[in-house]
Ligand binder design. Structure first.
Ligand SMILES: Cc1ncc(COP(=O)(O)O)c(C=O)c1O
Length: 396
């Protein structure tokens, strides 16, 4: 089937929740993808921070094939070896003592919210409220869209669940003033906002939140669904800031392309999850967890994080040079290989022109071009991407 036929089928039979580009991607290798008409693209979207090892990475393919031959799925009524091993690996390399597995970022945040509420009910006299931030993104379930600080994500879903409030990001005073002694149980933030426009908080913000939580007896929850698992050049984004959360959520890159989410927690909070308190049929499935283990191993042993830091610096410098050349570029920001280029205008035309020119990028928060290449991207591909972008920007 060609692009047009696939597009016709999608439009006829798939729910219209996405405004899609008019191509169907059917094959990928490393940082390249091909559409159904055979056109090649440089992929700087990577499934929105999912395909961090590039497409069809041999370690991912090997783990998938081997596990598929052995055992694809069993119920969480039984112990699952790849799940136990992945949980051990995640705890070994993070602040956490326990992991709950699920299938997506929204579910990981849903688990974090449920755990915080149970903890508040059990140990804090019934506190339940979650404070999050404007511009944040935490998912599309009813609870996570209510925690999300973007009106457009919530529109049409009233009545929303009670117990959520947002304050401006990067503003410690606003957070402190918002805490309600009687009901607030946790603060939920992204260490770097992704969908909100690649916003890196000021120095001291996350430390300040940690101190606030310690002082007021609240749980600190970091949503690392987009920026965790190597994206920023460290395994977890919080490592850049010298603070640890009580709970952290992961998904996207963790499964190397398979649906895999995780909520990690310190023992103190985790003990509020007891048998029957929460569950997921597919969560921690042998196939997804085997691939998750391969992803972690490649990140920790394969020089991938080093490449991310090095290529991130090159891409940042390249984007910065374009900022100097084009006055409509306002700012370049980010960490590792999550970089944003803020424009003084809507970025959708530039994204379309890049697609025409053979390069996939994305625009978020209307004006921020977001660059999320695979963490294994080569200098050659980065240079090629920058050349395409420069040509496209010159035409604006
Ligand atoms: C920070 C953050 N949290 C949660 C989510 C939701 O993840 P999912 O789409 O896997 O439910 C996203 C998705 O973009 C995200 O960026």
């Amino acid at each position: 089937m060609k692009n047009q036929e696939i597009r016709r089928l999608t439009e006829k039979h798939v729910a219209h929740t996405y405004a899609r580009f008019p191509i169907a991607l059917v094959r990928g290798k490393g940082s390249r993808v091909w559409d159904a008409d055979g056109k090649e693209y440089l992929d700087f979207v990577a499934g929105i921070a999912v395909n961090s090892l590039g497409h069809s990475h041999p370690a991912v393919v090997r783990a998938l094939e081997q596990q598929a031959r052995r055992l694809i799925h069993v119920s969480n009524l039984y112990h699952i070896a790849p799940q136990s091993e992945l949980a051990r690996d995640l705890c070994r390399h993070s602040f956490a003592d326990k992991v709950f597995f699920c299938n997506s970022g929204a579910e990981a945040n849903e688990a974090a919210i449920k755990l915080a509420r149970r903890y508040g009910g059990e140990w804090l006299g019934g506190k339940y409220e979650i404070l999050s931030t404007h511009n944040s993104f935490h998912g599309r379930t009813l609870a996570t869209l209510t925690a999300t600080g973007q009106e457009k994500v919530r529109a049409g879903y009233d009545p929303l669940p009670a117990g959520f409030r947002q304050v401006p990001y990067n503003n410690l005073k606003a957070m402190e003033e918002a805490i309600d002694e009687k009901i607030t149980v946790a603060i939920l933030v992204e260490p770097i906002q992704g969908e909100g426009g690649v916003i890196v908080p000021e120095k001291g913000y996350l430390q300040g939140l940690r101190e606030l939580c310690d002082k007021r007896g609240l749980l600190l929850i970091f949503d690392e669904v987009q920026v965790g698992v190597g994206r920023t050049g460290k395994l977890f984004a919080y490592e850049h800031f010298g603070v640890e959360p009580d709970i952290m959520t992961l998904a996207k890159a963790l499964g190397g392309g398979l649906p895999l989410g995780a909520m990690l927690a310190k023992e103190e909070a985790a003990r509020s999850f007891v048998p029957g308190a929460h569950a997921s049929t597919f969560g921690g499935n042998p196939l997804a967890c085997s691939v998750g283990r391969a992803v972690l191993k490649a990140l920790l042993q394969g020089g991938v994080l080093k490449n991310c830091v090095k290529m991130g610096r090159l891409l940042f410098n390249g984007l910065q040079r374009l900022k100097e050349r084009f006055p409509f570029v306002r700012e370049v920001r980010g960490k590792g290989l999550i970089l944003g280029m803020e424009l003084d205008r809507d970025g959708s035309k530039i994204v379309e022109d890049c697609l025409q020119a053979g390069m996939l990028i994305n625009c978020t928060a209307h004006k921020v071009l977001r660059f999320l290449p695979s963490l294994t991207v080569s200098k050659k591909d980065l240079d090629r991407g920058l050349t395409i972008l420069e040509k496209v920007l010159a035409r604006q």
